[in-house]
Design a protein. Structure first.
Length: 285
């Protein structure tokens, strides 16, 4: 029996009241309830407050460059597809610096789970507006308010062909855990955008602001997440009402499903043909 404490490391450096705490706690409980062994889990981060998660969970961890968490995560999964690979990054890290990788990892569809801590601000670098900051959002760096149209991660992912697109709220841990489990079990790239407050630098999108607006789409029996048109319409909903839950789901083959020799064993368990490698090296000499 896996226990939650097996995933615990040391104290975090997050601000008291940060939504990252709830997300980290939910992730630990999710992995424990799913019976995941820490040595069979890889958590990959980039740069930012959310991206510190690999340091605060007792599992295999990798810290990448800003916006570059997806490539090493994909490489690790391709090399050992028996490993549970989780990416934890912020909205800036994911949709700003990492925007190009976000697009092409949807296309590649490697079987891994991406949890985006979306607080609509750059928390680590002292409060700049992020790719998801709403128009008019005032910060020290945009004193007249944000004028750029914010990225909608849900519509972007659906339009690009992502097979699993979901949103959750850090203030509803049980629902967040249920979404995490669905995402981890999904065969392919799964995106979960998690709304969370930044108590230090974002005084607009607070816990109360989210709590007043979010509603659980999973409770709507008439909603069909496999209907792409309906999902896209729902993904456009933002403002007075914000849907959480599985926005869109489509069963499809993942990257490794298309590679026959990986069906028998992970790449790390494949025999090494030294003579072939020597031949490659000779060609480059």
């Amino acid at each position: 029996m896996i226990k939650k404490k097996e995933f615990v490391t040391f104290e975090t450096a997050w601000c008291p009241g940060c939504g990252d705490y709830a997300i980290l706690d939910a992730l630990k409980e999710t992995l424990q309830e799913m019976g995941k062994d820490p040595h069979k889990v890889l958590v990959v981060g980039g740069i930012g407050q959310a991206a510190k998660t690999p340091q605060y969970i007792n599992a295999n961890g990798f810290e990448s460059l800003h916006g570059r968490a997806l490539p090493p995560a994909a490489a690790a999964k391709i090399v050992n597809h028996k490993m549970t690979v989780i990416i934890d990054t912020g909205d800036g890290d994911s949709y700003g610096e990492g925007g190009n990788h976000f697009i092409h990892n949807i296309k590649r569809n490697v079987d891994m789970t991406h949890f985006v801590h979306d607080n609509q601000i750059y928390g680590l670098t002292k409060g700049q507006s992020s790719p998801t900051s709403d128009i008019g959002h005032i910060t020290d760096f945009t004193p007249d308010g944000v004028t750029s149209t914010p990225i909608n991660p849900m519509t972007s992912a659906i339009a690009l062909g992502c097979g699993f697109v979901a949103r959750a709220f850090s203030g509803d841990k049980e629902h967040l855990k249920s979404i995490m489990k669905e995402a981890i079990n999904y065969n392919g790239y799964a995106l979960v955008d998690i709304l969370q407050p930044c108590v230090t630098f974002n005084k607009i999108n607070t816990f109360a602001w989210y709590k007043k607006r979010v509603y659980n789409l999973d409770e709507d029996t008439s909603y069909n997440p496999t209907d792409k048109i309906q999902a896209f319409t729902k993904a456009l909903e933002w403002g007075e009402k914000i849907p959480t839950g599985i926005i869109y789901r489509e069963d499809k083959k993942s990257y490794t499903d298309y590679i026959p020799f990986l069906q028998d064993a992970p790449l790390i368990e494949q025999p090494v043909e030294t003579e072939v490698i020597k031949g490659f090296m000779k060609d480059f000499m």
